[in-house]
Design a protein around this ligand. Structure first.
Ligand SMILES: NC(=O)c1ccc[n+]([C@@H]2O[C@H](COP(=O)([O-])OP(=O)(O)OC[C@H]3O[C@@H](n4cnc5c(N)ncnc54)[C@H](OP(=O)(O)O)[C@@H]3O)[C@@H](O)[C@H]2O)c1
Length: 187
């Protein structure tokens, strides 16, 4: 069965975006790690993305992507956008963007059926990730830590996790100085 994976980049103090939704601290990050076991920066993402069969994100993340990324970056992957508003969809062939207002337990079976053998990517933000966790639907937390401290911003989660304890599955160091941490939520 599909795993539900929250995969995001976060600052050392646990934020996924500035308070004004900027991620300049991520896109402009230029650190380094010269340890012998460092991986190339994008290797982790590409392998992760190949295994994804469906995505889900909140409307703030969706609107940020539309405003800042040239073209819809998730073509070919069905995407649920959670919103109580009537939002425009990106145009183009092979784009499957479903804008819905719903509780996540009411969507999960459709997402799993669509993802098939692949996994579901909870893109964010923190509130959406917390909704999955609250209902015991989050299997993995996969965070790429960026050694930047913002002091305030949009949190990785916006409340205490109600799931079980986490088990570390992997820790990878990247030549950029970022560290990828994969945790399994035990139930
Ligand atoms: N660093 C990273 O890897 C990373 C990853 C993801 C996102 N980000 C960034 O982090 C920020 C995330 O912002 P955020 O956490 O404030 O917002 P968000 O989760 O992207 O969006 C929250 C909004 O989604 C809608 N929503 C959420 N759950 C819903 C539900 N069950 N039904 C209907 N609507 C629902 C609500 O807005 P409406 O109903 O008003 O539409 C809510 O205010 C963005 O700037 C994003 O670009 C960074």
């Amino acid at each position: 069965m599909s795993l539900v994976r929250y995969y995001a980049a976060a600052t050392l103090d646990g934020f996924i975006a500035d308070a004004d939704d900027s991620i300049d601290w991520l896109t402009g990050y230029e650190g380094s790690f010269e340890g012998a076991d460092s991986d190339e920066g994008q290797a982790g993402y590409e392998a992760f993305y190949r295994g994804i069969g469906a995505l889900v994100m909140g409307s703030t993340t969706y609107e940020w992507v539309l405003a800042h990324v040239g073209g819809w970056p998730y073509a070919g992957k069905p995407t649920w956008v959670l919103s109580s508003r009537r939002l425009d969809r990106p145009e183009g062939e092979d784009l499957d963007v479903r804008i819905v207002e719903a509780d996540v337990p009411d969507l999960i079976e459709e997402m799993r059926a669509t993802a098939g053998e692949r996994d579901i990517w909870v893109v964010g933000g923190g509130n959406v990730a917390s909704q999955f966790a609250d209902h015991g639907l989050l299997d993995r937390v996969e965070v790429t830590l960026v050694p930047v401290v913002l002091g305030e911003g949009k949190p990785l989660f916006d409340r205490r996790l109600s799931g079980g304890p986490m088990q570390l599955l992997a820790a990878r160091t990247f030549s950029s100085g970022m560290v990828g941490l994969s945790y399994e939520i035990k139930r």
